[in-house]
Design a protein. Structure first.
Length: 248
């Protein structure tokens, strides 16, 4: 691997880290890059987790420095996602890949539609739907399972759950999201390490890039506000959905 390829991997990490913090789907960029470097699917999947852990930690610290943190709530949510992530990583077997891509692509488009047509009416529904906020906990388990199993696109699912069930604004949604992913990713990574599905050299390079992207992504999320996050989110989801549905 020459210096050009190192720079390519580091650059892919920066872009993925930035996208992951503000939206999701960065793994749809980093996983193909790692495979292009010669890694097998499981090895790329495991190596990608190193970058995600470093990126989410960097983003958590960045949000904290910008005075955005609710660690008690984030940790509570993360603890419900944790067992699902462990189960997902352990079961991590390939199933109907073609159908999976189609279904996930449709889900991504559905999330875009819900984000576009969400309005101030949501505020009027808060008191009515407050009793349904308990649904966030089984949702966290399911999303944790998906994250431990595949990870790509989990940010979109987390944002949808936090946005619609807790009625948080998109800045706080991302604040909780990066903390939750950081916590549940730790045991998932351990499983990939134990099974020998990690390339440490590539992982460290990728992690460096994703840390940079995650740090500045969190700063943009706070300074740019919901409008910027919404634009990045919609663009990221549409690109990933198109890719999953083989539109291009």
């Amino acid at each position: 691997m020459d210096y050009a390829n190192y720079l390519l991997l580091f650059g892919a990490g920066i872009v993925a880290g930035f996208i992951n913090v503000n939206a999701g789907g960065g793994s749809s960029l980093t996983l193909p890059t790692l495979i292009l470097m010669g890694l097998s699917g499981p090895m790329a999947n495991g190596t990608n987790r190193i970058g995600i852990i470093v990126q989410t930690f960097s983003a958590v610290v960045s949000f904290r420095r910008e005075k955005f943190s609710q660690f008690k709530i984030s940790l509570k949510l993360a603890l419900f996602a944790l067992p699902g992530a462990i189960a997902g990583a352990l079961i991590s077997v390939r199933i109907g890949d073609e159908w999976f891509r189609r279904i996930l692509g449709i889900i991504m488009i559905g999330i875009v539609i819900s984000m576009i047509f969400s309005s101030k009416k949501d505020n009027k529904k808060k008191s009515i739907s407050h009793k349904k906020q308990w649904l966030i906990y089984p949702a966290m388990f399911g999303i944790g399972f998906y994250g431990g199993f595949i990870q790509a696109g989990v940010g979109f699912l987390l944002m949808a759950a936090l946005y619609h069930l807790l009625h948080e604004n998109l800045i706080r949604v991302n604040m909780h999201k990066v903390f939750i992913v950081f916590i549940y990713m730790l045991p998932a990574l351990a499983i990939f390490i134990i099974t020998g599905n990690i390339h440490w050299g590539y992982g460290i390079i990728l992690a460096g890039g994703m840390a940079v992207g995650g740090w500045f992504g969190a700063k943009l999320a706070v300074k740019g506000g919901e409008k910027v996050i919404r634009v990045v989110l919609i663009m990221a989801i549409l690109i990933m959905a198109a890719k999953l549905l083989n539109i291009f």
